[in-house]
Design a protein around this ligand. Structure first.
Ligand code: BDP
Length: 651
């Protein structure tokens, strides 16, 4: 029986939107086109952390009013980057509170003089809460560190004879029970142990709370009547691909819209007019995951042309969106892509690296994708927050399937299930769906990781959250990742796929790999018997210090990591013939965490080091993933063209 995204959730949509949750405006990725220019503001910014006792000196002295250097000393700070690890200052590394970034941008003359041009400032990610001023004028505020936000600054930059503008961004990394992820501030009041006013940030998640301007900041232009958003959803009728589109226009009422769909050779395969419609593509090339088909990741281009009549005459806006035609569905025991069973063999990642922390970095990104393809991985989960938009684009391009996760990690306190928290979580899902809805690589939303889903309020919380997400996007299944007991999990009835994390013979039964098979098989049987839904082993792994060797294996050695994985694989190989639809290793690479006696300079469960060098387990997993690819590809003919040289992929 096909469960698919249920219509009942879709019916709830208008109701929830009527409650005032709908976001204003689209968030199309800023691409250049004949009508759009962009100017990146990456590089060195001026920076100051507000070390004052109440952390509010910057507001009291209005640091945004004049150039930052005039209100005190500044540091050079690279953007994009976390601020934590680039310096030599221990206090700045663990700073909690407001930091201030500033830079001047020189604007092309046309941008400041042509009133038919709209100038937009876009911030890819500012962790966690951000306030933005341009030339001392407040233009935007945003909560949440993993999704983009924008401000239309046309009026400001076009109001006088300006050649440049000064952008000031104040960012606060404090986490509270109502932020995502949540956290608490712990005040230490025992003056015999701590200085006056001493506090620390507590968190319930296992990665370092890096902060700063993590992703590109840029300015871009559009005409004043412009394409604000595009929503595309695809389906297939026999050999014909169906592309349903909806285009949202802002800034004018008199306009025409034309759309053309081009194939990879640039040939027009379908066209239409108007703000919504369906394009039909005979003999469509479907978007297939990496290793599943001889030509994976086929992308069409949807060219949208807007012609608007304004007081100044006729203006045009152009936007081109990559489109992959594919379907996703879930049965009681399968995950289907284009109607064929799909088995996730992949990884969990983090945005994390030496020095830059969570700062976006092209060389790192390309290295990671090369490693994923070397490994034969066909999927990853964006544990535990949305990744940069550029990551999603590469997934579309390479056919790497994504479980797109919200920053709902570390939801453990009862306060974090309050209405305030729920409201914010709903908004974050709206922002995430708005940004990532058109990526064919995204096949499922994950609303959270390991919440205390056995607590009483979790039932209502997840029912509402999952219903809302399905209403926002009826085309994709929804899950959250659990580690709770199958009988006690109050959220599981609402998910489409059960994603379960477990650490047998790691966080308990230390060293006893002989119990893994029994415990894992019992886990799968219990969950499946109770819910009859497909299951993904969404995390498993062992901390391993690269270069530590011990045989017979001991914990933390490379041999132990390999031995533990092998025990899991024996059970996965049985259960994948029944209802297990995927396995994602924890973790792709070692990553930084808070300091604690359990962590040796971070979490070491990577199959690659933090510098992206393989541990022994990477080779083991590579052999397994290519073997799995060999067994699960479609159609059962030449997939050879994708084989990397010397790959263990055999035909
Ligand atoms: C899991 C969490 C993940 C941790 C992992 C671990 O989902 O964030 O890093 O445990 O302990 O439960 O390594």
């Amino acid at each position: 029986m096909l469960r698919g995204p249920a219509a009942v959730w879709a019916a709830l949509g208008p109701l929830l939107w009527a409650c005032g949750l709908a976001l204003r405006g689209g968030m199309l990725y800023p691409r250049e086109s004949p009508s759009r220019e962009r100017k990146e503001l990456n590089g060195l910014w001026s920076f100051r952390a507000d070390f004052s006792e109440n952390r509010r000196q910057g507001f009291e002295q209005q640091w945004y009013r004049t150039p930052l250097r005039e209100s005190g000393p500044t540091l050079d700070m690279p953007v994009p980057s976390s601020f934590n690890d680039v310096g030599q200052d221990r206090q700045l590394r663990s700073f909690v509170g407001w930091v201030w970034y500033e830079r001047e941008a020189t604007l092309p003359q046309r941008w400041t003089q042509d009133l038919g041009t709209r100038v937009v400032l876009r911030i890819g990610s500012a962790h966690y809460y951000a306030i933005v001023w341009v030339n001392g004028v407040h233009v935007a505020e945003h909560e949440g560190g993993h999704l983009p936000f924008e401000a239309d600054i046309s009026k400001l930059v076009q109001s006088g004879p300006l050649a440049s503008c000064r952008i000031t961004i104040a960012i606060n990394n404090t986490l509270t029970p109502h932020t995502l992820p949540p956290g608490t501030i712990l005040y230490q009041t025992d003056t015999s142990k701590y200085p006056k006013g001493y506090f620390v940030q507590n968190i319930n998640f296992d990665f370092f709370n890096y902060a700063g301007l993590h992703r590109p900041v840029l300015l871009y232009t559009t005409p004043t009547t412009y394409i604000d958003d595009i929503t595309v959803s695809t389906s297939v009728d026999q050999d014909t691909g169906l592309v349903d589109y909806q285009i949202f226009v802002e800034g004018g009422e008199h306009f025409q819209l034309e759309v053309r769909l081009l194939d990879e050779e640039g040939k027009v395969v379908a066209q239409g007019t108007g703000g919504r419609g369906q394009l039909q593509v005979p003999n469509a090339h479907l978007w297939w995951p990496y290793l599943m088909h001889e030509h994976p990741a086929y992308l069409y281009s949807l060219e949208v042309r807007l012609t608007a009549q304004t007081a100044a005459g006729s203006v045009s806006d152009f936007y081109t969106l990559p489109v992959g035609i594919r379907t996703v569905a879930v049965t009681e025991h399968q995950f289907l892509i284009n109607g064929k069973p799909f088995y996730f063999h992949g990884v969990n990642k983090h945005e994390d690296a030496d020095i830059r922390g969570k700062g976006f970095d092209w060389p790192l990104l390309v290295k990671d994708f090369n490693l994923l393809r070397w490994l034969g991985a066909n999927a990853f989960r964006t544990s535990h927050y949305p990744y940069a938009e550029e990551v999603m684009q590469l997934c579309d391009r390479y056919g790497i399937v994504v479980i797109d996760e919200s920053p709902g990690v570390g939801i453990v306190l009862v306060e974090s299930y309050s209405n305030v928290s729920l409201q914010h979580h709903l908004e974050v899902m709206e922002e995430l769906v708005r940004r990532d809805k058109n990526h064919p690589a995204v096949v499922m939303w994950s609303v959270a990781n390991e919440p205390t889903s056995f607590l009483k309020p979790a039932g209502y919380y997840f029912k509402t959250l999952i219903a809302h997400t399905k209403a926002l996007d009826p085309s994709r299944p929804v899950t959250f990742v659990t580690n709770s007991n199958y009988e006690a999990d109050l959220g599981a009835p609402y998910v489409d796929v059960i994603c379960v994390n477990s650490y047998y013979s790691w966080y308990h039964d230390y060293g006893h790999m002989e119990v893994i098979q029994l415990q894992l098989a019992t886990q799968f049987e219990n969950w499946y018997r109770t819910y009859q839904k497909p299951i993904i082993q969404s995390e498993y792994g062992a901390d391993t210090i690269a270069g530590f060797h011990q045989d017979p294996p001991l914990m933390f050695s490379e041999e132990y990591q390999k031995g533990l994985l092998e025990q899991y694989h024996l059970v996965l190989d049985q259960k994948r013939k029944e209802y297990v639809v995927g396995e994602l290793i924890w973790n792709f690479a070692d990553f930084m965490t808070n300091q604690s006696p359990q962590r040796v300079m971070g979490n070491k469960k990577g199959i690659f080091t933090r510098q992206r060098q393989p541990k022994g387990a990477a080779f083991l997993l590579r052999e397994r993933y290519w073997k799995l690819a060999n067994e699960t590809r479609y159609p059962w003919s030449a997939v050879k063209s994708q084989c990397l040289e010397n790959s263990p992929f055999t035909l």
